[in-house]
Each structure stands twice: as structure tokens, then as C-alpha cells.
Design a protein around this ligand. Sequence first.
Ligand SMILES: Nc1ncnc2c1ncn2[C@@H]1O[C@H](COP(=O)(O)OP(=O)(O)OP(=O)(O)O)[C@@H](O)[C@H]1O
Ligand SMILES: [Mg+2]
Length: 262
Amino acid sequence: MNDTGAVLPADSDSGPTSMASAGEAPQEPREPVLSARNLVRGYRMGEQTLEVLAGTHVDLYAGESVAIMGRSGSGKSTLLHSLGLLDRPDSGSLVVHGVETTTLTRSARARLRNKRIGYVFQFYHLIPELSALDNALLPRRIEVGPLRWIGKQKEMREHARALLDELGLSTRMAHKPSQLSGGERQRVAIARALMSEPTLLLCDEPTGNLDERTSEVIADLLFQVSVERSHTLVLVTHDSDLAARADRRFQLHEGKLEAFGA
Ligand SMILES: Nc1ncnc2c1ncn2[C@@H]1O[C@H](COP(=O)(O)OP(=O)(O)OP(=O)(O)O)[C@@H](O)[C@H]1O
Ligand SMILES: [Mg+2]
């Protein structure tokens, strides 16, 4: 299960070396924020198991940006769900901030996720009945619970307002998702992900449903907020221009991550 000592293949993410090319980590030797070894994840379909992740390795470092590409169905969302502690791999090791997460209980994983990880989903996942402000607040509200919420509400609302304002939505706080453009919905989803001040921001095709111009604006925002906050930014994308902006690039192929592109 815990294969942290595994010898890595030459083309995998083998730790800090230089910034010179894709696939290489930033220069200073430091502990990864997230370290995945031999992640295996399959889906059981009756008698058969569809093996999607087949021994995936990756180390992610503070402040870097990483793009993950791969054909549709190659398992990018499956991988991101595992890295984001939304799903548990069948085997392998996943260490986040020094904590081996694969042996944690579901609630302990949820606590770690809420504290450290912001997740921007492939299809926004906003609640249609809630305003932009309440959508951004919802995960924190659930995490805090109804009793503590009474005391925390004011501070959290101010935080959510400040984030939505920073993301250019100061005049859209009361809008429901159906009253927002695609780019605005994605900004609400980003604000929601940033509410917990995560160290890891995982984005699953954040520009996949947007036109070219809006995609650029959203990409600019993601890189800007990540640099300002020294997040680790992970972008799953089909867009090679977006991937080219990341510090490192990987292709998910046959269940494994392969570094590519200088
Ligand atoms: N809950 C599930 N049960 C069974 N099979 C699943 C499940 N979720 C995903 N799969 C299968 O696993 C494979 C990987 O799915 P995943 O969503 O991770 O791909 P992806 O690389 O994100 O694709 P896309 O680029 O289209 O978003 C697909 O073939 C999909 O059909
Ligand atoms: Mg996907």
C-alpha cells in the first residue's frame, strides 16, 4: 500500500531538480506539498474492473503550476479526484503535507481536504437555487456547522465578498448561476475553492466550457491568484496553450503520468 520508496521511471516526476524544462520541479530542494506513489484506481463494472490509474506517480511543490493533459477517458478527472481527496485510490500512497491520506478515515480526509485543497470541478457544480455569494460560502458553511455558523457568518460573508470582488464579480453577488455567464460561473467556483485559503488548487478543465477570450481571462485569474497566494496550481486541460503556461506538463497515458514538453 505505502510505496513511498518506489523507484521511479525515468520519465516520471522524480523530485526537485531545475526549472529548465517541463517535467522538472523547481530548483530548491524542498518537501513536496503532495506526493503520490503507485496510485491505482479501477471501477468495478459487474465482473470486470476497468483499470483507470495504473501506478501513477507525482510530486507537487509549493508555488508551482502543473498541467495534466490526456485524451478523453484517460482518467484525468479520476486522478484529480484522488489527488483532491474526493476519492480514495484502491492502492498506492498519497501524502499531503506529510500526512499519508490513504489510511485516514473518510472524515479525517474531509477535514484535510477542507483545510488544504481547493477544487474547481469540470462542470462548475454550483447550486442553482443559491446566489453567487451563497454558493461561494456553502462548503465553509457546511464545514463550520449550523451552531458555529452563527458566530462565523459575518466574517465569512466578508471573506466571500472580498474574493468575489477580487475575481470581478462585485456586481454579481446576488445573481443565481442561471443569471450568470459561463465565465462568471467559473469565477464563482474559483471563489468557492479559494474560501478555505488552500495550499493546493486543483482545477478540472477550468476553461473547457468557455469561449477563447473568456478562457484567457479565467486562465489569467488562476495564475494570478496562485502566484499571489503561492498555491500549487494543478490544471487538467485539453488546451495546449493553457498547458504551455504551466511550469510542468504531464500526459496521462495508460494510467500513468508522463512528463512532456520543454
Ligand atoms: N464511476 C465510474 N464508474 C465506472 N467507470 C467510470 C466511472 N467514472 C469514470 N469512469 C470511466 O473511467 C474512465 C476515466 O474517466 P475520467 O472521467 O477520469 O476521464 P477524463 O480523462 O477526465 O475524461 P474527459 O477528458 O472526457 O473529462 C472513463 O473511461 C470513464 O468511462
Ligand atoms: Mg474529466
